[in-house]
Structure formats: C-alpha cells, structure tokens
Ligand binder design. Sequence first.
Ligand code: NAP
Length: 478
Amino acid sequence: MAGLLAAIRLRERGDEVIVLEKGDEIGGTWRDNRYLGLTCDVPAHAYTYSFAPNPDWSRYFASGSEILDYFRGVTDRFGLRDLIRFGQDVVSTRWIDGGWTAETRSGETYRGDVLIAATGVLHYPRFPEIAGLENFAGDCFHSAQWQDGIDLAGKRVAVIGNGSTGVQLVSALADVAGHVQHFQRSPQWIMPVQDFAWSAEERERFRSDPEAIDAIRYDPEYIANVRRFNDAIIDPGSDAMTLIESFVRDHLETAVTDPELREKLRPDYRAACKRLIYSPSYYEKVQSPNVTVVREGINHVEPAGVRTRDGMLHHSDVLILATGFHADRFVRPLQPVGRAGQSLDQAWERRATAYLAISVPEFPNFFMLNGPTGPVGNFSLIDIAEAQWGYIDQLLDLLRNGSASEISASHAAMDDYEQRRIAAARTTVFASGCSSWYLDAEGVPQCWPWSFDRFFEEMSRPDLGAFDLRNTGGEDQS
Ligand code: NAP
C-alpha cells in the first residue's frame, strides 16, 4: 500500500522510481494474509487512496481478497508494474558516496539518491513458545502463512490467539468447521459494528457520482468518531473513553447470554488498551454450539491436540496460530547502514524510533512510511501514509531544487521528540495495564500519543529547523 503510494507520487513529480519487491506480486499484508474470514475493520471507502476511489466495494467492510484486487487494480491503472522489480529481496542498503546502494539476495545492486522504507509493520509472524508444537500430527500454521486450499469443513480446528486475526478467523470458522476451540490467554473487548453489502444501485450511484463516495469517506460522523476514539486513547479519563467502555461492556452483557461464557470473555483491563476489536459477529458466532472458548492456559501441544494446564486434551485436526507479529521489526532485518557507518539495529538499540515516525538522525535521505511511533489504532493506515508522504515530498523538494543533498532529522530534534513522545505515550490507554504489540521492550507504547489533528498539522509542513541539512560539499546548513 505505502510503496505503491510512494511510486505514484514520485513519478507524478518527475522523479525516477524503482520499487524493490521481494514477492512476485504486489499487495503486502493483503497478499500475505489470506486467512478465512479476513476483512479490514476500517470501512472500505475510507480504506482507499484519496486519489483512487473505488465505486465497486461490495461491502461496508471489504474482504482481504477484495482489497488485494483493489491494489492490483491501482497498480495496473497507474501503470506501476514497469517500476516494480519483483523477486528482489533487499539484503543490504548502505549510504555510500552521497547515495543509497541496495543489494538484493539475487545479487543485483541498485543506486538511488533517496531510500523510502515502505516495508509495513506487521510482517514477521510471531510463533508462540509452546512446548511440543512441532509434534502436532495435523496441519499447523500461522494465520499469516495460510495453507491455500486447506479443507476445514467438518474438521476440529484449534485457534490460538484472539487479536483481530483470531476473532475474524473464529467468526468465519464457526460456519465451516466441525468444532472450533478458541484458546484465549486474555479475552478482548469487542466493539459491535454493522457490516452490510452495497447494493447494485448504490454501486452504480458511486460510479456516476463521486460525491456519493466522498460522503462516506469524509462522513462527518465517521471522522468525528475517529477523532473521539483518538481523544479517548490519549486521555483515558475522558468522557470519550467512558463512552467506549460503556459500549463494549453493554455489548458483552447483552450479546452473550450464558453467564459462564460471559465471564470467560470478560477482559480484566481497560477497553482499547489492546487494539480494540471491531466485529459484527464474534459474540454471535462464539455462542454457536460448535465453538468452545478455552481460557485454561496451554501446557503443551501433542500429536493429538492441545493439552491445557488442567490436564485436559483438546483433540484437534488442525492448529492455527493467530499469535501476531514481531511488530518492532519495521524495515528490519534489512539493515540500512547510515552516514556514520551505524546500522539501524545500532541506532535502535533501545527502541525502534524515528523523528515524527519518518526520519532517523545520520540516515540521510532515508524516509519511512508507517514507521515507528506513527499513529496506531483503528485508523486507515492509507490516510496516515498519505499525510506522511505529503511531508516527505516537501523534504524531497529541497533535494530537487538543490538546496540540500542530505536530509535527516537532527539529533537534538530526535531527542526532544522522543522525550516528549515517551512522556505522553505513558499516559495513553495503551499503557494502562495490558500486554499488546503496541508496547516496546520497556513497556512504552510505540505510538503517536497526541491528537489526530496534531498529527495532520505536524505532517502539513516540515519544521526545517529540526533537520540536519547538508549540501554535497558536506557543509552543515542548520
Ligand atoms: P495480536 O493482536 O498480536 O494478537 C495475538 C494473539 O495471540 C493474542 O490474543 C495473544 O494473547 C495470543 N498469543 C500470543 N502468544 C501466545 C501464547 N504463547 N499462548 C497463548 N496465546 C498467545 O495479533 P493479530 O490478531 O494477528 O493482530 C495484529 C494486528 O494486525 C492487529 O492489532 C491489527 O492492527 C492488525 N489486523 C487488523 C485487522 C483489521 O481488520 N484491520 C485484522 C487483523 C489484524 P495475549 O493477548 O494474551 O498476549
């Protein structure tokens, strides 16, 4: 998503662009994730490039395959395939002689003045450390490594994990599998949402009247909700948070009728501490007779199934690990080596971070989309990447007009940003006492801890005083 965006925007400005893609098709997370029930919980018309609306979304919340088709369509419509070098897994990038050199696993070398990391966030599957996983007799795989063509009809399927993935997966499996065991280490708060299909007439109207799409994408009520949600995240004592808490509590109380199951599903931490789950059907599906919620801790896996700490063996034919991702990887394991000969691992020894989520000191002309400390939560990452691109593009103008040849955040700006960001992040609801992929190794939420409006304000224009700008001669200009 972010790489295609950068390619479109760079080419519009007349820049020469090469996109290095390790896969043999575009799509990123939507190419790699193909699990049963995959949808995006951001409304489809909002999960769309602002410059490429899609009148053909079939539902309010689109499926993963439909989203992948959308990105394929954009790639073709904008003629991007010629810019993409498929099967080019970048293994090293280094700042050498005033530019970036990238080497790929297949032995090719590319040079550029600028390096954009559009490598995604949730990319490297996290496998749980559960004894005996390798002994399981049936199919066992991570949700992001879906076995295409696997027949789950009538099977006993165990799912470990109940983040957004596990919840979507189990909601769909309930209609397919013979029996679903949903292993939950920590239950989740679930926000109810309505999903619905767009009718043929509505899609026809979207085609003939772009304003009808805008009315959904920029629906003041939707935008106000996004703002309120962010306000709640950054101020857990706010009325907005009280409202969210009452919504999810009421949903649990009213939608789950069996008191024992209700208590099994009741989290002991605040709503939105983990990424809040939006689901139109989880509570309904989890009450199906063929679904069992298992809260007892897992002791180990054995050939026949999952053995919990109470000694019970949960017989299963298939074991699916919906156990999330190494969210702190970002561009890694690829290691850009910057001006000072330092690798990103060294620069990020304590935590992955970047000035305004975009730039790292001593890594000149290296910019990230959806990089560390950017907004997380239930927002459209497309909107965030577009805003970040607007900012990066203004920095690139300094290279285009020759007023600088090397641009990176200054150490002072980076240190000041991190100090303020960490202090604010510690007061967000993400730090209110739960485990989640938002937290870094020190328990600090790796997030944008201020308002949504402030993010877009900051992205509207770079403060050049925060950057170390150098000309080709190496002279410091700020
Ligand atoms: P996740 O939110 O990190 O959830 C991982 C789950 O696995 C948690 O329930 C965790 O339990 C459990 N788990 C991990 N290790 C375990 C172990 N050893 N034993 C038992 N349980 C274990 O991962 P995810 O569900 O894949 O979602 C990641 C992110 O992807 C989401 O937050 C979201 O940003 C994105 N996503 C978005 C959508 C969408 O619709 N937009 C859909 C899917 C995913 P604990 O909570 O106890 O740690």
